[in-house]
Design a protein around this ligand. Structure first.
Ligand SMILES: NC(=O)c1ccc[n+]([C@@H]2O[C@H](COP(=O)([O-])OP(=O)(O)OC[C@H]3O[C@@H](n4cnc5c(N)ncnc54)[C@H](O)[C@@H]3O)[C@@H](O)[C@H]2O)c1
Length: 335
């Protein structure tokens, strides 16, 4: 049985890949969404993300969901922030665009309203510089697809209050997410630093002709990727140390860190030739399947992993199980 009414209203700035994902996560949690995006196609694109998100959630959980919130496209950042209890900015990764949007929203939103940015790596101290009441600004860095992946990095800037970090984290937990709160800001935060190291190596291997883009993916998905979804990197290596644990693992593989196995910041130049090669190999890998179908395939796989981990009660499966308890409590309270 669905809850009868909206759980509140949020304002979103930007409705692309990430903003559309936020729209879906908020709306599926019963929030009405006012979204500003100057792209005339924004409404269609957000609708398509919503369709995929509903489909994924039907497979993800049988817990009682609230009545879906209404997503409305509005004409300005001020309209999005007006009467919102939370604002999430997901505009292009451009400092001046983000600063002016966040400042506009901060002039309209009530002082206690948390304003979060989805930035992948810009520093919150810089982004909050032009805001009124900058202490309510945090980075809330999500992962694609935002409506399925629980992780959100919460990072305060120099002026951010502890209260804002707590309120943002509470909001995200209520949406079924797992906040990772960083104590100090750092370019790229934690997850993108890890991902970029891998991305750099992947491009280097393709540029050197060592592997195709498909072989790079096979190297992950048939191997370490299966472990990462549950154990991450550090716990995986502890187990790989056998009975000797981490100390034994470090003794065995630590010396290799001094060898020139990885390219680190020796990034291949993104020449036309390399970009053409990557594009052609990537098109061949996709095999003519369009992006929405690829998203559905990805969602089916993510849902399968999360449901499997829920049965084990571990990692993202534990987050899902806790969220389902919350959904049942909310449904009982509203009944
Ligand atoms: N794509 C990812 O995997 C990913 C993951 C985590 C975080 N992020 C971050 O999320 C943010 C958005 O990235 P994305 O991948 O959704 O990009 P995107 O290009 O898919 O979407 C950006 C959207 O912002 C809109 N836009 C442009 N100018 C605007 C303005 N002045 N006001 C409001 N909207 C405006 C565009 O029309 C577009 O719809 C970036 O900061 C990015 O770093 C991206």
């Amino acid at each position: 049985m669905a809850e009868p009414s909206s759980r509140g209203r949020v304002g979103l700035l930007g409705g692309g890949v990430i903003g559309g994902g936020w729209a879906a996560r908020f709306a599926l949690n019963g929030y009405d969404v006012n979204l500003f995006d100057p792209d005339p196609e924004a409404s269609r694109k957000v609708d398509e993300v919503m369709t995929n998100a509903r489909r994924a959630w039907e497979q993800l959980t049988t817990a009682p969901l609230p009545a879906e919130g209404q997503v409305s496209i509005v004409g300005s950042p001020e309209d999005a922030a007006a009467n919102a209890e939370f604002v999430q900015e997901s505009a292009p990764e451009n400092e001046s665009v983000k600063r002016s949007l966040l400042a506009a929203a901060s002039r309209t939103a009530a002082p206690e309203v948390v304003i979060a940015s989805s930035t992948s790596g810009l520093l919150p101290s810089v982004l909050q510089a032009d805001m009124t009441f900058p202490e309510r600004m945090v980075v809330g860095h999500p992962f694609n697809p935002v409506y399925l992946l629980p992780l959100v990095e919460v990072c305060p800037g120099a002026q951010t209050s502890d209260e804002a970090v707590k309120r943002a984290s509470d909001m995200y937990v209520g949406l079924g997410m797992r906040p990772l709160v960083l104590q100090h800001e750092i370019d790229g935060f934690v997850a993108d630093r890890l991902l970029e190291a891998l991305w750099r190596e992947a491009l280097g291997l393709v540029a050197d002709g060592v592997a195709t883009v498909e072989q790079v993916d096979d190297a992950i998905r048939f191997g370490a990727g299966l472990r990462w979804a549950s154990m991450g990197t550090m716990l995986t290596y502890r187990i790989a140390g056998g009975e000797g644990g981490m100390r034994h693992f470090m003794a065995q593989f630590g010396p290799a860190l001094q060898w020139p196995w990885s390219r680190l910041t020796d990034v291949p130049e993104l020449t036309d030739d390399l970009l053409d090669r990557i594009e052609q190999q990537s098109d061949a890998q996709a095999g003519g399947v369009g992006v929405r179908d690829l998203e559905r395939l990805r969602d089916d796989c993510v849902v399968a992993v999360m449901r499997g981990l829920r049965d084990v009660g571990y990692a993202s499966g534990e987050v899902l199980a806790e969220y389902e308890v919350l959904l049942r409590q909310r449904a009982e309270a509203s009944a």
